[in-house]
Design a protein around this ligand. Structure first.
Ligand SMILES: [Fe+2]
Length: 346
């Protein structure tokens, strides 16, 4: 990646943030809309803080803009539901801070060497991390807006496919060697899977309605009267798993999902661009994992608490929605743009 490509990526992420937040009032930006989500003004300042921390302080050796931000805007210092009670910067100050950081970053980039052997800088990794972080927070903010009844405009995504694809057994490479891939996607390694079947299409509202009529709980924010041919959304892992069982199928495991994405993608509809797809897998380390550049990104979440989602939603930027990208959340959560695709044994 050339320095000008890095600048374009940073600007693209910023545009998505601005497009979401520009129409909102100060009251909408500062309100704690849900205990599951931060006030939007926290996300905004945290985007700037993350960029300051990694690019200006760690890479550029600059001193902190404010020592207080290390507590206020550290994602591990306070739970999301408490952030509305913190002495956060008001929207005007948060906008100015984010802009000030970005200006300094644009001044710093031409001074950096992206192929000098520093793994943080190699091929622009740390800039890619900052870009992806902002894009991921933009999606988190879009979830918050949906909870507030102010959803971002959603593109059309009718389901038209049907039937299954058989994915032959045998080894494939799980994980990524791409320069901007996260530590949890590494190292790429061979995995041998038995053959399996995977649905061409995502589960739709219409199909989910039949499950609900059979006695299941309806997902929050789900309107059974609306758009039966659109993928069901805001489904928890537990609901997704229960649906698959009811349908006589199961969720794909994470390696199965990725193998399908890497080997039969052209036969499958909506592998990205519609809803995140729950898998049956816990979020865990690949063999040979090493935390980079910080343990709180992935390692702190490994274990049997979080389930992995794959693919990417209608909001997810293509830069994030790569076939190896691993999203994760608690199995009861459904504020995310999550749905499912079923699989079964051959
Ligand atoms: Fe963050």
């Amino acid at each position: 990646m050339s320095p000008s490509e890095l600048v374009l990526a940073l600007e693209r992420a910023r545009r998505r943030t601005e497009d979401l937040l520009e129409p909102l009032s100060d009251e909408q930006l500062t309100r704690q809309i849900s205990p599951l989500q931060s006030p939007l003004v926290w996300d905004l300042a945290h985007i700037g803080y993350f960029e300051e921390l990694w690019l200006l302080r760690r890479v550029g050796g600059r001193s902190a803009v404010s020592q207080e931000y290390d507590d206020l805007y550290d994602a591990f210092a306070h739970a999301r539901g408490e952030r509305g009670r913190l002495p956060l910067m008001p929207p005007e100050a948060a906008r100015a801070y984010v802009l000030e950081v970005r200006k300094a970053v644009l001044g710093l980039l031409p001074e950096l060497s992206f192929n000098g052997g520093d793994p943080l800088l190699e091929q622009g990794f740390v800039v890619g991390m900052v870009v992806q972080h902002e894009l991921q927070h933009a999606e988190t903010m879009a979830q918050t807006l949906a909870l507030a009844g102010l959803p971002a405009p959603e593109p059309q995504r009718e389901v038209t496919a049907s039937g299954e694809v058989v994915v032959p057994g045998g080894p494939f490479t799980l994980g990524s060697t791409q320069p901007w891939a996260y530590d949890n996607e590494r190292p790429a390694h061979l995995v041998d899977l038995p053959p399996f079947r995977i649905d061409r299409a995502l589960v739709t509202n219409g199909e989910y309605a039949a499950f609900v009529e059979d006695g299941a709980a309806a997902p929050s924010g789900w309107d059974p009267a609306a758009r039966p041919n659109v993928p069901v959304e805001h489904v928890s892992f537990h609901e997704a798993e229960a649906y698959a069982r009811w349908a006589g199928k199961r969720l794909p495991s994470e390696p199965e999902w990725e193998k399908a994405a890497k080997t039969v993608a052209e036969e499958l509809e909506h592998m990205s661009g519609a809803v995140w797809q729950w898998t049956s897998s816990f979020f865990d380390a690949y063999p040979g994992f090493s935390a980079f550049p910080y343990a709180e990104y992935s390692e702190a979440f490994f274990g049997d608490e979080y389930r992995v989602l794959r693919g990417g939603s209608w909001f997810t930027d293509p830069l994030v929605a790569r076939p190896t990208f691993r999203n994760w959340d608690l199995p009861q959560r459904r504020q995310i743009f999550s749905g499912l695709r079923c699989a079964r044994d051959v």
